[in-house]
Design a binder for this molecule. Structure first.
Ligand code: ASP
Length: 437
């Protein structure tokens, strides 16, 4: 059995964090593959290596010297190496990079060096073999990950060396050039590595003890979610919870590999376990797994006597599509229907859209309510349990929160309510305190 452990930037921010990573790896001999981010912030006023590298590139582009930033990066790395007594020849390696900083170094190659150097030192510190992502993570001509080739390369490196460290966030293009992923991309590398070796678990080590049940800026000390399904996670992510991105989840989800979010600073905490279906005893009375929400939506209501759902709804959806405005929800009445869209996607196009709806559907009226927040209560246990929606709406009503729209998918995984932006925080607190906490 092999476990893949990915460590995020804050988990490798300095020598102290390197020590914690080593203790975690050594505590379980199955942790044989480590995927490493670039050193992140040590405290709130610090900078991530990746940000400094992007800054370096911006300086080069504008013809301004980046010497000082390069010095800062070098001394961060040197500090880790010296404190841990490593022998990695940073002077030569970093010197080579430095000598190319004023020529036309490609941005992707430059910013990938945060992961490269951090992982090189981590490999030496752990006594694992360093396997460069440029040699085992591949993109195709379309710029998408070439999963087949990548799986094969990672699997054969693992079989060959046994215990390996792979830098996250980058790989190589068919031309051999380095390409980086989107920010936070080491999560993707970790998932791909776990899928490549059919790991028993993909551990994603970060600085929180799992996914929280609600936004801690709104709810004080929300509890972490012990177990959640991939489907629930998708609902929470869709509704704005800051959790892992779809891209970084699908390789492990596809292979049925559980994903465990853990805290490097609290290694004994079990964190959040994400699986296809939660088997554990579902004894708790809690039926909400998590709550998430997003502000600033508009509800466009079309009123028309003798409404034809087939024609009129189709026309409105086509109009929105023409303006590239995604529809978040639809509610249907007898003589009216409403679509919910984000203000961000509507923007100034709203007026043209209304004009087109008027001419396309000939409605009695079109009404727009903006300043609406959508809040989703997500929970697999809501399925087939009567009375839950009533309880939720009752609690919101008692708190004086007016519900403007309601949606529940037929899989009964989430109940989404639309409330006034000014009720956003109250609604989240009421749902958390009443049903989740
Ligand atoms: N270092 C990269 C970033 O800051 C990638 C990562 O940490 O996952 O976005």
């Amino acid at each position: 059995m092999v476990k893949v452990a990915k460590f995020g930037g804050s988990s490798v921010a300095g020598p102290e964090q390197f020590r914690k990573v080593k203790a975690i790896i050594e505590a379980d001999p199955e942790r044989q593959i480590a995927v490493i981010s670039a050193a992140g912030k040590r405290d709130a006023s610090d900078h991530k290596l990746t940000d400094l590298l992007y800054l370096c590139h911006a300086h080069i582009t504008y013809g301004v010297s980046c010497d000082e930033i390069a010095d800062t990066i070098f001394s961060r790395l040197k500090g880790i190496r010296d404190e841990l007594g490593l022998s990695y020849d940073l002077e030569t390696e970093f010197g080579k990079l430095r000598s190319r900083l004023n020529r036309d170094i490609a941005i992707d190659e430059l910013v990938s060096r945060g992961e490269y150097f951090t992982a090189r030192m981590m490999a030496e510190y752990l006594g694992f073999k360093f396997v460069d992502a440029a040699e085992c993570v591949f993109f195709g001509y379309d710029g998408e990950l070439d999963l087949g080739k990548t799986y094969e390369a990672i699997d054969s490196a693992y079989k060959r060396y046994g215990r390996i460290v792979i830098p996250g966030f980058y790989g190589s293009l068919p031309s051999g050039k380095i390409k980086v992923m989107s920010r936070g991309g080491s999560d993707i590398t970790g998932a791909v590595a776990a899928a490549a070796v059919s790991a028993s678990v993909y551990e994603n080590w970060t600085d929180v003890s799992g996914i929280l049940m609600a936004d801690p800026r709104i709810v004080k000390d929300p509890s972490p979610i012990p177990e959640i399904t991939y489907a629930e996670l998708r609902e929470l992510a869709f509704m704005g919870a800051s959790v892992l991105h779809e891209e970084s989840v699908f390789p492990v989800r596809e292979k049925g590999i559980p994903l465990n979010i853990r805290n490097t600073n609290e290694p004994d905490h079990p964190g959040t376990l994400i699986t296809d279906s939660v088997q554990a005893a579902e004894d708790s009375e809690r039926f909400i797994t998590g709550i998430a929400g997003r502000r600033d939506f508009s509800i466009i209501t079309i009123v028309k006597r003798n409404l034809s759902v087939d024609l009129d709804l189709k026309t409105v959806l086509e109009i929105l599509d023409r303006y590239h405005v995604p529809t978040e929800h639809i509610t249907l009445g007898l003589d009216s229907f409403a679509v919910v869209c984000s203000n961000e996607s509507l923007g100034e196009r709203l007026y043209d859209i209304i004009k087109d709806i008027r001419s396309g559907c000939g409605p009695d009226s079109v009404d727009v309510q903006d300043g609406v927040s959508l809040i989703a209560a997500v929970g697999r246990k809501m399925n087939s349990r009567p009375g839950i929606a009533g309880k939720l709406f009752g609690a919101l009503g008692q708190a004086g929160v007016n519900i403007k729209t309601i949606a529940q998918g037929s899989d009964e995984l989430a109940i989404t309510v639309g409330v006034d932006n000014s009720d956003y925080e109250t609604a989240i607190k009421v749902l958390y305190e009443g049903f989740a906490g």
